[in-house]
Ligand binder design. Sequence first.
Ligand SMILES: Cc1ncc(COP(=O)(O)O)c(C=O)c1O
Length: 437
Amino acid sequence: MAKPLSREELKKKRDQYMVPGLKHLYAEPPNFVRGKGQFLYDEKGEEYLDMFAGIVTVSVGHCNDKVLKATIEQLQTLQHTSTVFMTQPMVDLAEQLAKITPGNLSKSYITNSGTEANEAAISMARVATGRHEVIVLRHSYHGQSHLATSLTANHNYRQPTMPASGIAFAENAYCYRCPFKKTPDNCSLECAKDVERVIQTQTSGQPAVMIAEPIQGVGGAITPPDEYFQAVKKILEKYGVLFIADEVQTGFGRTGKHMFGISNWGVQPDMMTMAKGLGNGLPIGACIVTPEIADKAQKAVINTFGGNPVSSATAIAVIETILEEKLMDNAKVVGDHLIEGLKDLQKSFSIIGDVRGKGLMLGIELADPKTKEPLTQECAKVVELCKEQKVVIGKGGLWGNTIRIKPPLNITKQDADRCLKTMQKALESVSAVTAKA
Ligand SMILES: Cc1ncc(COP(=O)(O)O)c(C=O)c1O
């Protein structure tokens, strides 16, 4: 292999040849050239603990041996036919998805990405119901196509162009900043009730579908109360509205214990979309629906790369690995350990306003202790300081003030402890500056 460019050389070349909108997490990004398990390596061979997994995508570890074997075997056997030809890996994957998804979800359409899965799901919901309007939650992120950005209630990811029509926004279940000024002690699930108000006041009263992330990912690990999705589903059923769980981030064991995030709320969605962790880094997405919905969508669909043999064979190996290595359980155990450590950090650092999430999908929101003003710069600084100590963490939230911890599902408690220690040092340094200012 050719010698990689230095970080500085690569940055210069990037600026010359890539569109400026393509932003990286870091102001000074490393040049990652290799990955193994929960570790990344730069061009100088320096090792980094990866606590963000790409963007929440490397589910079973970088270059996982079992998954790699399946990918390479398939690459050497049959790489491509497109969906106009019948191939077994795609159908085997659909069978696997039917087995691991809850309830009656059993008919899949396999795509290249989460964006495309959401596009397909909304289209199918509209065809199946004969209705048009869609309900989404504020602070959501559903992808980058025209429709998916229109479903995304976060200005950072929407271009100033005409959005798609018929989309109404309900308040999200953001307990730390409750839009209804409630606290957990006097919560009356106003956020769930808002879905009905939105149906009555922002739609024809007959929307086709609601799409929601069980835990909002890009939104900053915003985690609804235990009763939230059951209450929402009841309202949707009253108005004949379908429900899509966008499991692009929460799927495949990430939230611990369950294969899919929505199962934490004991709710049965009518449709589910997924991507990211399914391919462990290879491009793939999927939309799975009930037979009743699928039967109403008979018009031909075609996809050049969707369900391609290489991504499909890889995804099957990913699912098998998650099940065989009990990674859902590991996500719960190590996730709980991390939450405990983060709550301890919260006692020492007043700028940690909130610690939230489930399993290995965690958010730490930094805010002014008195005013709750989002601490955006401080969050960016913590992320950069951790990188200097060779620990990769993410950030997000509407104001970019939430640290996101979403590592590969195979990390250990020792990895978690290293992350906590590194964050502690970074927070000490940031808090010292904040205290002086
Ligand atoms: C919840 C959610 N839905 C959809 C998407 C879009 O997926 P993709 O980037 O694969 O198009 C993302 C990506 O971050 C996501 O987090």
